[in-house]
Ligand binder design. Structure first.
Ligand code: IDP
Ligand code: MG
Length: 141
């Protein structure tokens, strides 16, 4: 049985710069995701390092955290049955070169780093990532 889930997505700085916010949010709504909460903000290098701490030992960590703090982002809390896996499907592969037709990354990503969108990958990371960007009262819906 599918259960109602929440997941955290970020429209990354490259997609904001390309005026893709509206198109990406339209995709969420067309695919049945309910927007619980949403905010546009900029994060510091230090905040990006905390958010991506799981990748601290990866060679791309420094570049990734510079990129994520390079301009405005939009963070959204989404709700839907099977939201975590369904969002990953709608996002497409990390590497846009192999992202499927019809996915957000296929349309908007320009490289494996500047790949337009983030989505939580599991229930525990969704919980951490939702509470990174949203206070309890903002999700009490
Ligand atoms: P995901 O965003 O599809 O879950 P992760 O492996 O969790 O992919 O990586 C987090 C982010 O780090 C990616 O979305 C991308 O922006 C960046 N990234 C991942 N792999 C590479 C790489 O090989 N080179 C540069 N940046 C990368
Ligand atoms: Mg990931």
């Amino acid at each position: 049985m599918k259960t109602l889930q929440r997941t955290l997505t970020i429209i990354k700085p490259d997609a904001v710069r390309r005026n893709a916010i509206g198109d990406i949010i339209e995709q969420f709504e067309k695919h049945g995701f309910h927007i619980l909460s949403m905010k546009m903000l900029e994060i510091s290098k230090h905040q990006a390092e905390q958010f991506y701490a799981v990748h601290a030992s990866r060679p791309f960590y420094d570049s990734l955290t510079n990129f994520m703090s390079s301009g405005p982002i939009v963070a959204l809390a989404l709700e839907k049955e099977n939201a975590i896996a369904d969002l990953r499907e709608l996002m497409g592969a990390t590497n846009p070169g192999i992202a499927k037709e019809g996915t957000i990354r296929k349309k908007w990503a320009s490289s494996i780093e500047s790949n337009a969108i983030h989505g939580s990958d599991a229930e525990d990371t969704a919980h951490f990532e939702l509470s990174f960007f949203f206070a309890g009262y903002e999700l009490a819906k």
